[in-house]
Design a protein around this ligand. Structure first.
Ligand code: IVH
Length: 714
């Protein structure tokens, strides 16, 4: 077996058992979320882009092979992170998406094949693509109304970004007035910093004794996301335009012509953009751009290919977070050797013991890395979860020289160890069998690659992490009560917050404590008042947020939304979970029949809700708050949203895959056969028994043109 093939995080997806796949998906979700937070929320990436991409890609590969194991909080459904506090929010009229990734040449040829299949184009049909450098900065959407720049917004979570208009106006590449532009034009592109400007900025910081930025991307992000536009003005930022959002009149008929139009309007478009007539030309162009990479004067991390014909782009449309008509071909991962100084164990919200490598700081692909994940005890010992050797069985010890890589973008990883340089005194690492935080036994269940603390609520590490999750943005989102404050309150004996209910009794307890909180470090009269108000504001909470906030293992935002939509109210949910303890009863059946709820999620939520101490703590919380009933899924205003549609016969204007994707994007469900549940049959020429059955059942039937008219495509 090769050195990396058996590494659990590297094992071919085809070799994974369902249990291993589920564990991998869990690990990937956590790692990707952590990376997203570090990258988008804090402008301080902890792992390389390549490492990040590798995580995302592996996640998708596993989900594709095991669709049933797709997690409710699957990272493949998310782009970036929610907007930071401090900036006004801007809702993008057209979502700002991310790009799918290609790493190997084969991924590029498959991209072309997929597109042809989707469009029903034979291999000999001409299909051209643009190839543009992938700029390593941050994306920005500029809105022009009647030729005037009216807003500039970062991507944020793709739907809502931060309003950085005042800052964008200070960037010389961004025109504030356009001549001859469509009435409404949203120009999208990348804000970045040139190498020379980055070096000068960091040199100035060093002179003042300040800490510089880790890389040009962080410098660009940190400079654009400044609350004071004067600071942005003093930072040399540049902008390349490469895409658009809402436009009142089409810019052109091809990507190439649209870029030319943007250039004519006064934007800078990347001069390395070229047109390629297929995968061979795309790959040749990739190598040319890669060879030029070091001399461009700014960071790029790959090449983006886009279908040139905008009519075809429109037909191809989007998956949940990425367009079908474009892909980013990334440059390979970067590696570095450094010394492993210590192995720390972190205890997470669900009790997982995660080993973290503390490294002698080293630069890997432009980012200073001082921590890396070591995954789990098997990984350190040099074996995979089945006991087979990885790294040819070489274990990892404190004091070793280790090879660090960032091959996607979350937490860096350790690929290898140099045994020849191992200090004689280095001892094999002994993974703790007790929780380093609470001393409870840490056990490893059969089939789980992770050791978990059994302390539950008595484990301070778990309790603190749970509380941090409870107040986080997607949960209760309490202003002024973030991770840092939670740690302080958790450790405070006079006015502790040790469980969620304590947050809502804080004000009353402070009053009983002679209102001492305002005299505490970091607090004053105003900030205490504000904090109490912020807590009061969240005393009413929608059911889905509450369920998510409880931090139940395997229950992410999507899972919480599914449960909330199904049960509607807290009482109905809680009663159903109690009843579902009977695994042969109707409540369990009802729970596991929810589309998107598998047995893993179901078991976890029922176990937590019925565990005595956990439930008592949850009930204490419930007695403090008002849970708003769920209003059900918000479906768009499309006439087919929520409807079940069946396609039959030959479609002439689009392939079946395209029709299905289009219907699903509008919120419809596409079924393979006609039943009483069918709302609409779309029948092309040659429709047979399905059309007959639909007629018998009195189901509305449309031909292809009727269908296109219904969804507003003519
Ligand atoms: S096109 C709908 N073109 O890469 C797709 N993106 O990984 C719109 N990026 O969010 C994006 N250079 O921030 C496009 N030439 C280029 C790009 C580019 C850099 C960034 C952009 C995007 C991210 C996706």
């Amino acid at each position: 077996m090769s050195a990396t093939a058996a590494d659990p995080a590297k094992r071919p997806v085809e070799d994974l058992s369902p249990d291993e796949a589920a564990a991998e998906l869990a690990r990937l979700a956590t790692a990707i979320e952590a990376a997203n937070l570090a990258y988008h929320g804090k402008d301080a990436p902890e792992i390389s882009d390549a490492a990040y991409d590798a995580l995302k890609l592996r996640n998708i590969a596993i989900e594709t092979r095991f669709p049933d194991l797709k997690r409710p909080d699957s990272p493949s459904e998310k782009v970036g992170a929610s907007p930071a506090e401090g900036f006004a929010q801007v809702r993008h009229t057209v979502r700002m998406l991310s790009l799918g990734n290609a790493f190997a040449d084969q991924d590029v040829t498959e991209f072309d094949t997929r597109i042809r299949r989707y469009l029903g184009l034979p291999p000999e049909a001409h299909l051209a693509y643009t190839a543009e450098p992938k700029i390593d900065g941050l994306s920005l959407s500029l809105r022009y109304d009647d030729g005037r720049l009216v807003s500039a917004a970062t991507r944020g979570d793709g739907e809502v970004g931060e309003n950085v208009t005042a800052n964008a106006r200070t960037i010389t590449d961004i025109p504030t007035r356009l001549e001859g532009a469509p009435d409404v034009l949203e120009v999208r592109g990348e804000v970045y910093m040139r190498h020379a400007d980055f070096a000068a900025l960091n040199a100035r910081a060093a002179e003042k004794g300040e800490k510089g930025f880790a890389n040009p991307r962080n410098a660009a992000a940190g400079s654009l996301r400044q609350l004071d536009p004067q600071v942005t003005r003093s930072r040399p930022l540049c902008f390349f335009a490469y895409a658009w959002g809402e436009v009142s009149d089409p810019l052109a008929e091809t990507q190439e012509a649209a870029l030319a139009r943007l250039a004519a309007l006064g934007f800078t478009v990347n001069p390395e953009t070229s047109l390629c007539d297929g995968p061979a030309a795309m790959l040749a162009r990739y190598r040319e751009i890669e060879a030029k990479r070091a001399t461009l004067g700014y960071d790029i991390d790959g090449v983006v290919y886009k279908v040139n014909d905008l009519g075809l782009q429109r037909r191809l449309g989007f998956r949940s977070t990425t367009p079908r008509w474009a892909i980013a071909h990334k440059f390979p991962a970067e590696l570095a050797w450094t010394r492993l100084e210590a192995i720390d164990i972190q205890v997470g919200r669900t009790g997982a013991l995660s080993p973290v490598a503390r490294l002698q700081p080293v630069t890997v692909g432009g980012v200073v890395v001082s921590n890396a994940t070591l995954h789990n005890e098997d990984y350190i010992a040099g074996r995979d979860s089945t006991g087979a050797p990885i790294r040819e069985g070489r274990d990892i010890r404190v004091g070793d020289w280790v090879q660090v890589y960032r091959a996607g973008d979350v937490i860096p990883k350790i690929r290898d160890v140099d045994i020849a340089r191992r200090p004689e005194t280095a001892e094999p690492y002994r993974f703790p069998d007790h929780c380093p935080e609470c001393g409870s036994a840490a056990i490893r269940e059969a089939g789980d690659s992770v050791r978990r603390c059994t302390g539950g609520l008595i484990c301070p590490a778990q309790a603190v992490e749970k509380l941090k999750h409870f107040v986080s943005r997607a949960a209760f989102d309490i202003d002024g009560l973030g991770a840092k404050q939670i740690e302080l309150f958790f450790a405070d004996d006079a006015l502790p917050i040790r469980e969620p209910a304590d947050i809502f009794t804080l004000e009353a307890r402070d009053a009983a404590n002679l209102a001492k909180l305002k005299n505490r470090d970091g607090f004053g009269e105003t900030s205490v008042k504000k904090l109490f108000q912020a807590i009061e504001d969240k005393r009413e909470i929608p059911l889905r947020r509450l369920i998510f906030a409880l931090g139940i293992r395997h229950v992410g935002e999507t899972g919480s939304a599914l449960l909330a939509a199904h049960y509607g109210t807290w009482d109905a949910f809680a009663e159903a979970m109690d009843a579902a303890r009977d695994l042969s009863g109707p409540a369990w059946e009802d729970l596991t029949a929810i589309d998107g709820v598998g047995t893993v999620l179901a078991t976890s939520v029922v176990t937590t809700m019925t565990q005595e101490a956990e439930r008592a703590s949850i009930d204490r919380l419930i007695s403090q708050i008002t849970v708003l009933p769920d209003e059900g899924r918000t479906v768009g205003d499309s006439p087919v949203a929520g409807k079940t549609i069946v396609f039959t016969g030959t479609l002439e204007k689009m392939t079946r895959a395209e029709a299905k994707a289009r219907a699903e994007a509008l919120g419809a469900k596409v079924a393979g056969s006609v039943s009483a549940k069918t709302d609409l049959l779309v029948a092309g020429p040659g429709a047979g028994s399905k059309a007959t059955k639909a007629a018998e059942l009195g189901i509305a039937t449309l031909d292809e043109d009727g269908w296109l008219a219904l969804i507003g495509e003519t």
